[in-house]
Unconditional design. Structure first.
Length: 139
């Protein structure tokens, strides 16, 4: 293999590259508006972008979507704080347990009023998503 071919024998007949601007494609939604100024009516054609419809995920409540009597873990994490004891009475929204995952803390609050029972969470233990941490029994 040699490269002297390019220097000695090659005849460049390749056309130069010419960049062409692609056509502008916008998603415009024309809208006809009628405005009245000093008693005179004007029809205005406004080209505005189509509204972007975002799909939002359902927001998760601070109680992790708990229902019934059990307080379940909404995510995998480490128990870093237990704010109640077995037999404690709690009201809706009271802090029960704090989980930590990836340096972020997730407070788990009471989803109903009642008495704490079957408290299985231990500080420092790792729990998986859906683990029942305690039960809140109606008073």
């Amino acid at each position: 293999m040699y490269t002297s071919y390019i220097e000695n024998e090659f005849h460049n007949e390749i056309p130069a590259f010419a960049f062409t601007e692609p056509p502008l494609e916008t998603h415009m939604a024309p809208e006809n508006l009628i405005a009245e100024v000093n008693g005179k009516r004007f029809e205005i054609l406004v080209h505005a972008p189509k509204p972007v419809i975002k799909r939002h995920r359902a927001k998760q409540t601070m109680v992790g979507g708990s229902s019934g009597s059990g307080l379940v873990s909404p995510m995998q994490g480490t128990v870093v704080k237990i704010a109640v004891e077995e037999g404690s009475k709690v009201e809706v929204g009271d802090l029960i347990i704090v989980l930590e995952a990836m340096k972020m803390e997730q407070p788990l609050n009471a989803h109903k009023a009642g008495t704490i029972s079957n408290l299985t969470a231990v500080i420092g233990s790792t729990v998986s998503s859906g683990t029942n941490l305690c039960d809140i029994i109606d008073v």
